[in-house]
Design a protein around this ligand. Structure first.
Ligand code: S3P
Length: 167
């Protein structure tokens, strides 16, 4: 792995990973998309049939199988929660970048998008509580944290690029 992006839903992982993929020509793996490809089911469908527990199992298995991926990994918002996932991320030696956004900005971004079962009916307070619950796990994984509230994707990428060891 060359770079791992972690962070809450709608923190910017997808946009930033796509930008860096284009800019640097590094391969890109989005863990949620990989889960959908491997299972042949959408994330909402997996949650609807097997619940969050089953999703987390599949997420863990998928992460463990892509640990040697030679590019940028965009994780899901809940990937860093499990200790065994934290160990996988740490073992890659790739820089782990935590993207952060305020509850207000997260709420506004989530309202424009669909396909996230855990974001359905989340209020700004709900987002804030869930972010707080997850913060310790995120911090355990992160080498650096970038607040994305007021930054353009290009500005976020500029902070990340010096951390990546290019071949
Ligand atoms: C989740 C975040 C989602 C996806 C799933 C669960 C979470 O990924 O993995 O819906 O627990 O925060 P994104 O962070 O890409 O939305």
């Amino acid at each position: 792995m060359k770079l791992i992006l972690i962070g809450f839903m709608a923190s910017g992982k997808t946009s930033v990973s796509h930008f860096l993929h284009q800019k640097l020509g590094l391969p890109l793996l989005d863990l949620d998309q990989e889960i959908e490809r491997r299972t042949g089911q959408t994330i909402p469908k997996i949650f609807a049939t097997g619940g969050e527990e089953q999703f987390r199992q599949i997420e863990h298995q998928t992460l463990s199988q892509v640990a040697a991926f030679p590019g940028i990994l965009a994780t899901g918002g809940g990937t860093p929660l499990r200790v065994d996932n934290q160990q996988i991320l740490a073992a890659t030696a790739a820089p782990v970048v935590l993207l952060k956004a305020s509850p207000e900005v997260t709420y506004a971004r989530l309202r424009r998008q669909t396909g996230r079962p855990l974001a359905d009916n989340l209020t700004i307070d709900g987002i804030s509580q869930l972010q707080e619950q997850r913060q310790a796990a995120y911090d355990r994984c992160a080498d650096i944290t970038i607040n994305t509230d007021d930054l353009a994707v290009t500005e976020i990428a500029k902070q990340i690029m010096p951390l990546i060891h290019l071949p």
